[in-house]
Design a protein around this ligand. Sequence first.
Ligand SMILES: C[S@@+](CC[C@H](N)C(=O)[O-])C[C@H]1O[C@@H](n2cnc3c(N)ncnc32)[C@H](O)[C@@H]1O
Length: 278
Amino acid sequence: MSAISSEPKEGAAGPAEPPQDFFDARAEFASRFLAGEGLEIGALHLPLAMPPQARPKYVDRMSADQLRSEYPELGGWTLTDPDLIDNGELLETVADGSQDFIVANHFLEHCEDPVRTIGTHLGKLRPGGVLFYAVPDKRYSFDHRREVTPLEHMVADHEQGPERSRREHYDQWARLVDTEDDPEAPEEMQARARKLEEKLYSIHMHVWTQAEFLKMIIYCRERYEEAFDIEAAARQGLEFVVVLRKQGPPPEAAVPLPPPPPPGLATRVKRRIRRTIG
Ligand SMILES: C[S@@+](CC[C@H](N)C(=O)[O-])C[C@H]1O[C@@H](n2cnc3c(N)ncnc32)[C@H](O)[C@@H]1O
């Protein structure tokens, strides 16, 4: 099974249904917070709908042709052609302090060291620039049988190097996600895990619920000396979206907030409510 499919396996209890949506977080946050020149990493078949004031360049680890053969299940989709081929965890081809925004949807969970990735992305932003991340909530995806990755695990991966837990991630994936073969055959599962590991197949390395993901974001804020604020966070369907702003004035093209209501309006509304409810 690929990293893209979210179909539950036959015989296994499927993931929980995500609660009802209240608004379109990706679209709302994109139009509110994205402006200027930036990057979208791993857009693949679902590039973010960018507002007119945002000019993205697309980054992926492979060309569109290679992505097409990596993800045959996306045969019916148009795949985004990357402008830059680069490792989105390191962005070595991108100058520090050069971007107004970086979008990476359903990407952070693929990263071996998400704490380092967030630090790297911050470094690539201009002051006031924005990081925009959507991550799947493991309760509602094919990861539902995996344990939430605790914050301490990500911190240890960051401090000791992600190689320390790589094998464990592939084992988990083969056992609890990629279980098309007989789940009772441990040798086959081991062999599958080693094969995926050998080709560094892009699995979900870490899995989160929204609360655990937010813990990591707060941890990064402390670790990176409060280099950013959390502008917005919301659940949408099976995913969770956060927008982080690097300290500094936002880029000039950013959408201004709507003007505040005229003074006295709040008082008039309160009076009317009081009259209505007696
Ligand atoms: C699950 S898809 C995300 C598709 C889409 N953005 C979405 O919202 O569903 C993950 C994407 O990230 C890319 N990717 C994974 N690891 C990467 C890396 N280290 N560097 C650059 N791109 C990477 C994959 O090639 C793929 O295009």
